[in-house]
Design a binder for this molecule. Sequence first.
Ligand code: DLL
Length: 432
Amino acid sequence: MNVFTPEIECADRETLEAIQTERLKATVKRAYENVPFYKKQFDDAGINPYGITSIHDITKLPYTNKQDLRDNYPFGMFAVPKSEIIRIHASSGTTGKQTVVGYTQRDIDIWAESTARAIAAAGGTKEDIIHISYGYGLFTGGLGLHYGAEKLGAVALPVSSGNTNRQVQLLQDFGSDIICCTPSYAMFIGETMKDMGISPESLSLRAGIFGAEPWTDGMRIEIEKLLGIKAYDIYGLSEITGPGVSYDCSCQKHLHVNEDYFYPEVVDIDTGEPVEDGVYGELVFTCIGKEALPLIRYRTHDISALYHGKCECGRTTVRMAKPRGRSDDMLIIRGVNVFPSQVEYTLTQLGFGTNYLIIVDRKNNLDCMEVKVEINENTVSDTVRDIERAEKVLENALQSMLNVHAKVSLVEPKTLPRSEGKAKRVIDNRKL
Ligand code: DLL
């Protein structure tokens, strides 16, 4: 088994909780004494920051929301002076202002260790070339995996995203062992390889570390076939650090959380009350190791569940289910909650590919949903009647999955937009 820091990743619960308690106490103190937002928030709520004595006291603390970061844009939540900040990243911020994240040297070290653990869990060693096709820049994907690869002692290949033919060329020429990018870009690279007449067997690639967007196990199987590799999930968000908050191990089941640095909770979306292991709710993280941006109980809006207990891989760190999506990505169609991941699941169950687009509209005051899916070799057919039949089959399957009608349109291969970063799966034309 390839474990980067076995003393933590395979530690017993008592040891982990002792570390967490010490770090939580220090974090709360740091936040209270250095961030005016937290001083006010704690004082208003009558919380004594010095009265936190155990990691289990965390539930006494108030939540932090994205809006709090926006209200303190750009640097108002930083807990250290600018002289101690050595890096800044920012989240994409599709709505409203972007959120800005600062790092001290120690924060960068923690982050590099977190992604090094993820690369090792995907089988990476210092012998490997890690081809990094996440974007480099304010987005955390590229540099996050880059520093992890170097920490591991592997070769970091900073290709960044885009120029897909060149990506394939480099994979071939350099003999890269592991590729890191979004799952949708991995699909695109695989298709491009096929078009260039390059078979996966001719490459040295054996694993991929994919994240930054939700993807189903069905899509995992599709990528594994297309690229001839094992596909591992990696999760994270800029506010907490970037990629490496949690990662897949060889079991490829749930993702191990780096809980010595990022303490996870899952809470009921509406009430904010913690839920039991295995119950889906909203992920909440507390940065218990970070200096510059020590966020406390940050509500991610990501939907997942936690699982304690030893994993078959030997790690003991708590695991989280593959995120289903975000509560704010949930579509409400005629009053019914629909996640794009449910559509993707249904498509892959029936052998359709994962090149799809959901279009939502409102006609005569009624919501309507259309799912466009590219024809692939499993669904391809010469006759219009066969295509119509396939559309009906998929419409029925979606109806029973979602409890709402969706019109299905099978479209020609390669006619839907491809993505080099995070895929856009939904176009919502309703003026909501
Ligand atoms: O996407 C960090 C990252 C880069 C993660 C590369 C993994 C790989 P943001 O741009 O701040 O940061 O977006 C964070 O993306 O709250 C989730 O909604 C979503 N997300 C990230 N990873 C996953 C994943 C990066 N593995 C937001 N599965 C998060 C599902 C994911 N959703």
